[in-house]
Design a protein. Structure first.
Ligand code: HEC
Length: 212
């Protein structure tokens, strides 16, 4: 039974590969459409908005995260940040502990509200989006493999952030896996630990400051 099942699975794969090949030779767009989120650009290099990111894989919601030991200057206003990644990159991370080419990660910032409906304490997220940033791994397009884009709105094109911006330095110096903050993504950190893909700089930082 088992070897036979394996054989037929192999046969299906062969068929699928043959079909995919015949599609590629006829129409290259089909291959692209099959990818759930390959980054796409306007002629001026702007990143087109990642359309269905709300149907992607949810990684975390940080609240009032501050990366500086000094008090934040906007402490009267709580914010959530929600992080999403395209599903095929997520599956690849689960298998390997790191990100494949064409990974797209979204950071969406929303104000925190506390009074509304039946809620009296704690915080829930506002419908309005206050910030929208995207981190893209596209090895052929960027010398550092990754690039950040800033969006005025999730529906408009995003502009490339120059590679001397603090975004790149902080992510390179402190992020746990491949310039992404996997130490704050609870479903991914154990995978990176198990696969041994944590960045040397992060491990070094952890050993000197200790994890909280
Ligand atoms: C001082 C450090 C620091 C700087 C500077 C910084 N970030 Fe981040 N970034 C973080 C942390 C920490 C997270 C994790 C957020 C969470 O857990 O909710 C993060 C997460 C992200 C993510 C989610 C994907 C990922 O890479 O983990 C994006 C997108 C992002 N930042 C964009 C930016 C952009 C754009 C800039 C510059 C305008 C920037 N960041 C500057 C620390 C930083």
């Amino acid at each position: 039974m088992f070897p036979k099942a394996r054989l037929s699975a192999g046969f299906v794969c062969l068929l699928a590969a043959a079909c995919a090949l015949s599609f590629i030779s006829r129409s290259p767009q089909v291959v692209r459409a099959d990818n759930d989120a390959a980054p796409a650009y306007a002629a001026n290099g702007d990143l087109l908005p990642p359309k269905n990111y709300r149907e992607w894989i949810y990684l975390t919601s940080g609240i009032d995260m501050s990366y500086s030991p000094k008090a934040m200057d906007m402490q009267d206003h709580s914010v959530f940040d929600n992080v999403f990644v395209n599903p095929s990159a997520y599956r690849s991370f689960v298998a390997t502990g790191t990100w494949p080419d064409k990974t797209v990660m979204v950071l969406e910032v929303r104000g925190a509200k506390s009074k509304g409906s039946i809620n009296h304490s704690g915080h829930f997220q506002d419908t309005e989006i206050m910030g929208f940033e995207v981190h893209v791994k596209d090895e052929a397009s960027f010398p550092g493999k990754w690039a950040f884009f800033d969006f005025d709105s999730p529906d408009k094109n995003g502009t490339l952030i120059p590679n001397d911006a603090p975004c790149y330095t902080c992510h390179a110096a402190h992020a746990a896996v491949d310039t992404t903050f996997v130490q704050f993504y609870p479903t991914l950190l154990p995978i990176a630990k198990a696969k041994g893909t944590l960045a040397a700089a992060y491990l070094n930082e952890e050993s000197t400051t200790g994890s909280k």
